[in-house]
Design a protein around this ligand. Structure first.
Ligand code: SF4
Ligand code: SF4
Length: 421
């Protein structure tokens, strides 16, 4: 039976939300794919349950107190979208619902503080670098802090790597085949600047000129996925001005969360003056693995010794953007590399933007589950396409006492080309 929600009472995102609700036939095929259902075993913490809860809230039949705890526990991983045979676009319901309810809700003071700290720090590399540097002096006293703040500290390294100073324009190293703009990311450029270095190296080596617009900032994905839509729109508008779309073949990103967020701009800006610009921008966005796979790369030399790699599918690359094969094809082009499938590979690692800060218990259970699954395949390294997953998996492999080197896909390619240690 199809259900409807009163479209006239909602904003411009209402048709997409109503369609997501209406297309769910309650079959339950998505339940075994949902990490929170697997962890908590509650119908209300499954995709089917959450769709009914959000519908109830939108129709005024359920209170926010009844609904929001279950929606807050949703990772936004979109494994339910991959699993759904009816094509329910769950994200089209979840993201606007979070925005709508954000305006009317209040949180306990500590949760509000954590949220403010997260939203005012992570999207701004300068602030984040300063905060991450300061934490070195706070870590010895972390036992005195509340649990959530301790979780935030545990995710940060003791020392930050040196910054990557990349030129505004990096010319192709051989005959030019394309010109792209690279999103430099926010958290990633602080925690793992080597990823941008590797991205520029691999692209230019394959005949791509890379522009890094100097005035660019955070793409807004983190804010968008936590209901802070005004902040997300502000950040996106800034990038609409910073990127010259007519000057490049693609806007390339090497962070799955950013890619999926930017591809959601049309929904974020529906009914806004920049709706057309949002559509044009989203259409230009490509994950670096997809761009390289489409372009075709110079086959990298063989690795010096055989190595088994566990490739982890970042949810925002696989479930949100449908990118499964491109990174595997690129990695398989390196001789001497064997890709080992990770059991339950489609289940989220628990990172999910700021989820491991806002829902640390569930995130920790999922992180441990993922680390155990990776450990079971006896790989010598882990490769993935998202900084959040890299941090989460690294942290949980260490907690199990079995640390492994973790690379971004482009880092492994750069290593194979001999451009990285
Ligand atoms: S699989 Fe799709 S149609 Fe079935 S319950 Fe889940 S969301 Fe609804
Ligand atoms: S987005 Fe992920 S956590 Fe949320 S309902 Fe879907 S599968 Fe479950």
């Amino acid at each position: 039976m199809r259900h409807s929600i009163p479209v006239e009472t909602l904003g411009p995102q209402a048709p997409a939300m109503a369609e997501a609700v209406a297309s769910c036939v309650h079959c339950g095929f998505c339940l075994p794919a949902c990490p929170t259902y697997l962890t908590l075993g509650e119908e209300m913490d499954s995709p089917r349950g959450r769709i009914l809860l959000m519908k109830g809230a939108l129709e005024g039949e359920l209170s926010h107190e009844e609904v929001l705890p279950h929606v807050d526990r949703c990772l936004g991983c979109l494994a339910c979208v991959t699993a759904c045979p009816s094509g329910v676009e769950y994200g089209d319901l979840l993201t606007p619902f979070r925005e709508m309810t954000e305006k009317q809700r209040s949180r306990p003071p500590m949760r509000e503080l954590i949220r403010t700290l997260t939203n005012q720090t992570l999207p701004f590399p300068g602030r984040f670098r300063a905060a991450a540097t300061l934490t070195r002096y706070i870590k010895p006293f972390k036992r005195l802090l509340p649990g959530t703040l301790r979780t935030m500290l545990d995710l940060l390294p003791d020392r930050l790597p040196p910054r990557a100073h990349l030129p505004t324009v990096s010319p192709a190293q051989k005959e030019q085949r394309a010109r792209v703009a690279l999103l430099s990311g926010c958290v990633q450029q602080v925690l793992a600047p080597a990823i941008n270095r590797a991205t520029v190296e691999v692209l230019t080596r394959n005949g791509v000129e890379v522009v890094m617009p100097r005035r660019q900032g955070c793409c807004g994905a983190l804010s968008m996925h936590t209901g802070a839509a005004q902040q997300a729109r502000g950040l996106a508008r800034h990038n609409f001005k910073a990127f010259d779309l007519d000057d490049v073949d693609a806007v390339v990103t090497n962070a799955a969360g950013c890619g999926s967020g930017m591809r959601e701009y049309p929904l974020l800006f529906s009914g806004e003056a920049e709706e057309e610009m949002a559509r044009r921008f989203a259409a230009k966005v490509q994950d670096v693995s997809v761009f390289l796979d489409d372009l075709g790369i110079e086959p990298p030399p063989a690795f010096p010794a055989p190595i088994t790699i566990a490739y982890h599918d970042a949810c925002h690359l696989a479930h949100a953007q449908g990118v499964w094969d491109a990174p595997r094809r690129l990695l398989s082009s390196i001789s001497n590399i064997t890709l080992a499938p990770i059991p339950e590979g489609e289940i989220c690692c628990g990172s999910a933007g700021s989820y491991n800060i806002e829902q640390p218990e569930i995130a920790a259970q999922l992180g441990r589950r993922k680390a155990e699954a990776i450990r079971s395949v006896n790989a010598q390294a882990v490769v993935t396409g998202n900084i959040g997953c890299m941090t989460q998996i690294d942290s949980h492999l260490r907690r199990l006492g079995t640390p492994l080197p973790i690379y971004h896909t482009v880092e492994l390619l750069a290593k194979a080309y001999g451009a990285m240690n």
